[in-house]
Design a protein around this ligand. Structure first.
Ligand SMILES: [Zn+2]
Length: 328
């Protein structure tokens, strides 16, 4: 299913379904010019996504041999089908930071590190083991490495008469990038700015404050002149600037909520703190949350705790190979 979402430049949106996933779908965008096209993001490495993507590219009459691919970030619902749709030797673009992390992940070196962090933070070992087989980020990830032109903040891409600027927006992932067409005031926001869901911000190894980075990255893209924003999931139903302000406000409230819980429960694990935060899970109790949702919740809670540690409001206590937090 495709939709023409912009006339000049000609931009199509291919609806790539993400079955059984709360995100519902991935918006794959295609910027089409006379001689070159740019595809942005792919969908999970699973047959339902591949079929929809291939069908969409055909409907939009895209010649894959005259196409480049830009990946906004390393997540599997964005990169999963890279090898399946792009012929060997084609031009694939991605931030240096996420490319390196994705390669580490394909080598099998990423998830053990995250599992260790989650276990130290109180996530039950048996649930960690179960999550290996059900986490879509793991089971639908690209299986093979691919070559890419790696990008740094401000690097340019030319597609037909259009120049696109890659804007580094760390937060959702450490090397997330938005793509901005300054002359047209158009931005492809990836998962940095989503309109009817809140982008997931989690804790990453070797990143001291991903939420702080995310907040800075929101302020960075708020400075741009934007008339049309294209998010990677769901709809772009609201004003771009209004939405950024809402996201900033949302995190301010969550940071305060997290700090209050830590004050009320000194020396608690991130798992316990997460169980006391408010989540939009249709009235379900923490114990009824699916393991996958608990995983997201603990990751998000950790990013808020990291933020508070960086602001010297919370300190970390390590005891018997476990980690606890208390307010300063
Ligand atoms: Zn993502």
């Amino acid at each position: 299913m495709i939709e023409k979402v912009f006339e000049k430049p000609l931009i199509y949106k291919i609806y790539v379904p993400l079955p059984d996933n709360p995100l519902k779908n991935l918006n794959c965008y295609v910027l089409k010019t006379e001689n070159k096209s740019l595809i942005i993001d792919t969908g999970f490495n699973r047959p339902e996504c591949l079929e929809a993507l291939k069908e969409g590219l055909k409907e939009a009459d895209i010649d894959i041999n005259k196409s480049k691919l830009f990946l906004t970030h390393m997540h599997s619902d964005h990169t999963g089908l890279t090898k399946s749709i792009m012929p060997d030797g084609s031009d694939i673009y991605m931030s240096q930071i996420d490319y390196d992390r994705l390669s580490t992940s394909i080598d099998g070196k990423f998830w053990p590190v995250m599992e260790d962090i989650f276990e130290k933070n109180g996530f039950p070992k048996e649930d960690i083991l179960t999550s290996r087989d059900i986490n879509p980020a793991r089971i639908f990830a690209p299986k093979e490495k691919f070559n890419a032109h790696t990008l740094n903040d401000g690097d340019k891409l030319n597609i037909g008469e259009y120049t696109l600027t890659a804007i580094l927006t760390p937060g959702h992932t450490p090397g997330h990038m938005c793509l901005y067409i300054e002359s047209e005031k158009i931005i492809f926001t990836g998962d940095h700015v989503l309109f009817d869901i809140t982008p997931n911000i989690t804790s990453w190894n070797n990143v001291s404050d991903s939420l702080g980075n995310y907040i800075e990255s929101l302020k960075k893209v708020r400075e741009l002149k934007v008339e049309k924003a294209f998010p990677a999931h769901r709809l772009s139903s609201k004003d771009y600037y209004e939405r950024i302000d809402e996201l900033l406000e949302h995190h301010e409230k969550r940071i305060a909520e997290c700090l209050n819980i830590i004050k009320e429960n000194p020396e608690s694990s991130a798992y316990l703190i997460a169980s006391k935060m408010k989540w939009s899970m249709r009235g379900k109790d923490w114990r009824e949350f699916p393991i996958q949702q608990k995983w997201f919740a603990v990751g998000e809670t950790l990013s808020h705790i990291d933020y508070l540690i960086n602001k010297n409001k919370v300190e970390k206590i390590e005891k018997y190979n476990k980690v606890y937090y208390k307010a300063i």
